[in-house]
Design a protein around this ligand. Structure first.
Ligand code: VTB
Length: 317
């Protein structure tokens, strides 16, 4: 066991608590309240975790985010000698809109790894490619959508119509969608939630073969951690909407801004874990709130052991 995997049950508890808190806001149309509830519950859980933790990816800069801001120290052993020094990338409520509208796939999610081994991804977009282990070494963002679909047909020994692509439903993907549809491949669009989309694409028994398109960069690090554990492909390239975003990114990741990041660049340690808990039914079942019990459904991916464990947990209401 590594210093991160030793603490895995605490990370599962943090995402479970965030899921329970935000589930109270499902379908109420207030995404900020849902997000705040998740953040606060996750933050509270971290107070009792015996580690010297730090937020590597969080809710934003200190001035804008009262909790789980980038650089915030977490845990009950901050500065203590011999304490495990861990970095956390959190998205206490990924797919926030869908929680507010009670639509599928909202999850509370985080990745954890030893200090300094998660990329401090800037708050910009990232062009992403995710796929399962069979396609590793055969697909890449260096090739376009058409190339990657042809590679998948070859490796999976199937026709274009059998290749299943998932992408966020966004205007910016107009050209990408055109290219995909010209190949004849299947295209499924997600309103929100490309963390779930990426992990689904990486799983052999998932509903998609590849995730393509542009989503948020910080969540790319979380997806990459999960996919290191699953053994599939995750690649990302930063995309900027303004010169200001670009300048900010340079201070965080250096001047090679056009670089192609692999999963092992985004999450640089084997001693890493990914934890998620379902808020709304979808990638995971959502929180079930009963008269006597609240039930959560979580997933823990252990990167070093290469295991994916799903668990159901009942607590008194
Ligand atoms: C969302 C969300 C994704 O990135 O698309 C966001 O659905 C990107 O922002 O799951 P836009 O809404 O501006 O497109 C994610 O949060 C993560 O990549």
């Amino acid at each position: 066991m590594g210093i991160t995997t030793d603490l895995a049950h605490h990370f599962v508890e943090a995402v479970d608590q965030a899921a329970i808190a935000s589930a109270a806001w499902r379908g109420k149309g207030d995404k900020n309240a849902a997000d705040d509830a998740a953040v606060e519950a996750m933050r509270r859980t971290f107070d009792h975790v015996p580690f010297d933790g730090r937020v590597a990816i969080g809710e934003g800069e200190r001035d804008d985010a009262p909790m789980l801001y980038i650089g915030e120290e977490l845990g009950s052993m901050v500065g203590a000698e011999g304490a495990p020094k861990i970095d956390i990338a959190v998205d206490p409520l990924e797919c926030t809109n869908n929680c507010a509208d009670d639509q599928p796939n909202s999850i509370a999610v985080l990745a954890a790894a030893p200090r300094g081994t998660l990329l401090h991804a800037p708050d910009c977009y990232m062009n992403k490619l995710a796929a399962g282990p069979a396609l590793a070494g055969h697909v890449s963002l260096e090739g376009g959508a058409v190339y990657n679909i042809e590679q998948a047909m070859h490796v999976l020994d199937c026709e274009a119509k059998d290749v299943r692509i998932v992408a966020l439903d966004r205007e910016r993907h107009h050209q990408l969608f055109k290219e995909i549809s010209e190949t004849g491949a299947q295209l499924e669009l997600l309103g929100d939630g490309d963390v779930a989309g990426a992990i689904w694409a990486a799983k052999d028994d998932g509903p998609f073969d590849m995730l393509m398109g542009v989503g948020a960069a910080p969540e790319g690090v979380i997806s990459a951690t999960a996919i290191r554990g699953i053994g599939g492909v995750f690649e990302g390239r930063l995309v900027f909407r303004s010169a200001q975003e670009e300048a900010r990114a340079e201070t965080m990741v250096g001047d090679d801004l056009g670089r192609l990041w692999q999963a092992t660049d985004l999450c640089q340690s084997e001693d890493a874990v990914f934890a998620a808990s379902g808020v709304c039914d979808g990638y995971l079942p959502g929180v079930k709130i009963g008269a006597d019990h609240t039930t959560t459904f979580n997933e823990l991916i252990d990167v070093s052991a290469k295991t994916v464990a799903r668990n159901e947990r009942r607590r008194p209401a």
